[in-house]
Design a protein around this ligand. Structure first.
Ligand SMILES: [Zn+2]
Length: 174
């Protein structure tokens, strides 16, 4: 996974881009190596090129606010592929989405009402609220706030470890 973290001119993370995009920005002088040092560890090798894992824009850019798409994949990532009722981890294919307040009773399709749920728990809960079904939610479903911080969850630790320092977060938070 050859991805590069892009910072704005003030060193705030603004995007995760492909190495190709990073290379173009570097060649056009629109970005530079954010680390200011050329240690091999912090570079990705692609086709005889060394590309920094973190680059920084050389000019001021106003980045529009990006809303995290509300979709199945992102809900599963938010819930870390853990059924929010029994607490067990499952592969994506074995998880369903549960409307906490049942859809049949007009429970809305919003971040705050949808959780990852295994098939067994889904069947058990059926068209009831957690209280009616006497099933406890692991945590209250929420709308993730920071788009990029959320995107980090989709990348392996082997990559994120090079980026983490730029987010001011500890390994436990990520
Ligand atoms: Zn379950």
């Amino acid at each position: 996974m050859k991805k590069v973290l892009l910072l704005d001119i003030h060193n705030h993370p603004i995007n995760i881009c492909s190495w190709k995009r990073a290379l173009i920005l570097l060649m056009k002088g629109k970005a530079e190596n954010a680390r200011k040092l050329n240690d091999i560890e912090s570079m990705i090798r692609v086709e005889n090129q060394l590309i920094p894992r973190v680059i920084k824009l050389t000019y001021e850019l106003a980045v529009p606010y990006k809303e995290l798409p509300f979709c199945r994949e992102n809900i599963l990532v938010r819930d870390e592929f853990v059924c929010q009722y029994c607490g067990k981890k499952f592969p994506a294919s074995e998880l369903t989405l549960d409307h906490v307040f049942p859809k049949s009773r007009l429970g809305p399709d919003i971040w705050e009402n949808i959780v990852a749920c295994c098939k067994e728990c889904n069947q058990k809960k059926a068209d009831r609220t957690p209280k009616e079904a006497r099933m406890k939610l692991l945590r209250r479903p929420y709308r993730p706030k920071d788009y990029l911080l959320f995107e980090l969850k989709k990348y392996p630790e082997s990559i994120v470890r090079y980026w983490r320092a730029f987010f001011n977060i500890s390994p436990l938070q990520a």
